[in-house]
Each structure stands twice: as C-alpha cells, then as structure tokens.
Design a protein around this ligand. Sequence first.
Ligand code: ASP
Ligand code: MG
Length: 413
Amino acid sequence: MALIVQKYGGTSVGNIERIRNVARRVGKTSGAGNQVVVVLSAMSGETNKLVGLTQEAAEFPLGREYDVVISTGEQVTVGLLAIILNEMGYRAKSFLGHQVPIVTDSQFGSARIESIGTDKMAEELKKGSIVVVAGFQGMDGQGNITTLGRGGSDTTAVALAAALKADLCEIYTDVEGVYTTDPNICSDARKLKKVSYDEMLEMASLGAKVLQTRSVEFAKKYEIPVMVRSSFTDAEGTLVCKEDSEMEKVVVSGITYNKSEAKISVLRVPDRPGIAAKLFRPLTEDGINVDMIVQNISHDAHTDLTFTVSNSDYKKALKLIKEKTAAEIGAEEVVGDPNIAKVSIVGAGMRSHAGIASQMFEVLAKEGINIQMISTSEIKISCVIDVKYTELAVRVLHESFGLGNNEVVEEKE
Ligand code: ASP
Ligand code: MG
C-alpha cells in the first residue's frame, strides 16, 4: 500500500463532468489499495475572475481581504469532489487550508508554508477515507486566510506529500508532461521523460507554467518524486527527480519564455555606495520581487540601473520609484517598458559544456533580435528581448539546440 498525493489543476476540474472524471481516477487509485490525498485547484478561469472582482472593488485591494476572496474557488471544487466521491460509494472528506491546518506566514497573496498539521488527515486515511484538500490556501499565525501565490496548489500538493512522507506526488494537468518548449510555438516539441529538480526549478521560474516554482523547491528539499501528467489521457508523464548521470549528457533540455515581466530603468543615478540598497529595499518591503538586474558602468560618476519585475507588480513598482525612490537617490529619469519577454535555455549539461552562450547569442543575432539584458546561472542563460520576437526566438533556439522531435539527441561525452 502506498500513500499517493494527487493534484488536479483548473482545467481538470473545470466542470462537473470533469470532476467526475477526476473522481474516477482517484477512486481507481484508492481501489487499488492506496491511501490517497487529493489537492484541487479552482475551476479554470475562476481565480482570475475573483482577482478581477477585487480589482473592480479597489485599485490596490487590502491583502488580507484579497486572499479571503481569491481563495474561495478551491472551496467549491473540494466540496464538489467530496460529494461526488461519496455518491460513488467512497468515503471522502474535504478540508480547507485552515482546517488541515496549513500554517503560513502573513505575506498575503504569496504566503509561504511554515508547518502542516498531519493528525486529522492521518486519522481520516486510517479510517479508509480519501482526503480532499483545497490547494492554494493556508492560515497565518493569527488565523487569517492566506494564499500561496498564483499556481500555488502545486505547492500545497508537494508540501503535503513531504509532510505525510508520501511515496509519490502526481500533478495532473491539461498537458502530458514537461516539454522541450511550448508545443503551441514549436509543433515538434518533445515530451521529456525525466528532468532534474534543478532544471525544473529553472524552467518553472523562467515561465514554463506547468509547475509553480516553489513546489519544485519543496520537492527538491524533501526529495519528493513528482510526476507531471495529464488527467485526460493515460500517457506516461514527466518525472521530476534527482539528477542522474544520463541527464548531464544533454546540454540543453528546454527553451522557456516569459512574457509576464516588465522592465524599469532608472537613469543617471549618482554612482555612490548604497544606491542599489536604497533602490531595492522599498520594493522588497512592499513584497515586490525583482528578477534580473543590470547596472551599467558609470560615466562621469553617474550610472543607469535596469531591472525586471512581474507584470502584476509593474504599475506599483513604477509608481513607488517615480514618486519616492528616484528623488531620494537623485535619479534623473525613470522609464518603464512592459513589452518585453525573457527567453531562456536550460540544461544540466551546461555545467560541463562550453560555448552554449555564444551559440544562443549568435542564433538571436542572425534573426536581427536585439538582446536587452542577459543573465546566467550554472544551468541556464536568459535574454530579455522585445516581446514581439518571442515566438521567433523560441523557434530558432529550439531548432539550433536540436530539441525537435525528429532529431536524435546526440549523447555528447
Ligand atoms: N487557483 C489558483 C490559481 O489560479 C491556484 C492554482 O490553480 O494552483 O492561481
Ligand atoms: Mg498551475
């Protein structure tokens, strides 16, 4: 008997018929003698709708109340699945985040899980019940409802798997796994059998929307094997797991892109110690995450700083810097550009292979695509480009690194 955590995303629970389909899958796993904990998202589109309502209510809605509203989509789906499972003759019980409890910090809208109480779930599992938990939500130390950031049900699932010491965490979605790139852009994108936690971490944070980044951090930390697969087919998915020697042979495993970032440039700042600290501290204090940062070499004791933030924070960040920080640090001008995209190549094999960056830059140059910013880690290279070239860049990179279906990926020794 195994303990399995299964998470179903928004499209998999998009209507009653689909929730019935989920119930059949869950029932089959349970019927095979496994203990099953199910984590659900809200019906597809529901959370966006709820976010929209809060924005209609106020330009900057209060964080605490924002979470009260946007966490409700999951309450509906867990209740419905539990009803259907019971109707089908299984024992099943739903739990909201605070009923588990899943305790988080108080960063509304992007709370982090601090602890999970497993007693109630264990008790239900012992009775032979299927436990159905609302994804995405938790409760802080004061009993306020919190949410874990968009896509946060993945993190709920992996965190529950870690807390319950589950044997496997399955993430059911509307695609069959993790692909070499977005199949909507490259029709020859290939499904990967396995990716390492580190590669998945880069892919997730770079915009492959299949898993929330934080869920992969959890999986890596607690070494939870995560299987990403489709709830609509029986096709084998992609296993996210520890790196093995096979993975290192593949230099580039995937091409990702992210259109949901914006660029802010702070121009002609007097180049003194402490400038960066003064610029970024207020953003951090407001819970705004800064991604890439580039500072130019100074001319006549002045420098330019450019950084990116997510689109959802763009207006807030621009306002903060224009109205407060710019004057404090003596910047002459602040300009923003939301029309950018970040295109990245990721692969564990980059650690041991040279020349990958220059190949990427050459491929983009040949298409006349200007690179505005560059950032690298051990296993990825990202370039910020004009958003209108995103698809072209992804396509030419996918081809140049031999990732298409028809190409045999050479084993480079
Ligand atoms: N319903 C939430 C969202 O749309 C959480 C999730 O689906 O993972 O972001
Ligand atoms: Mg998701």
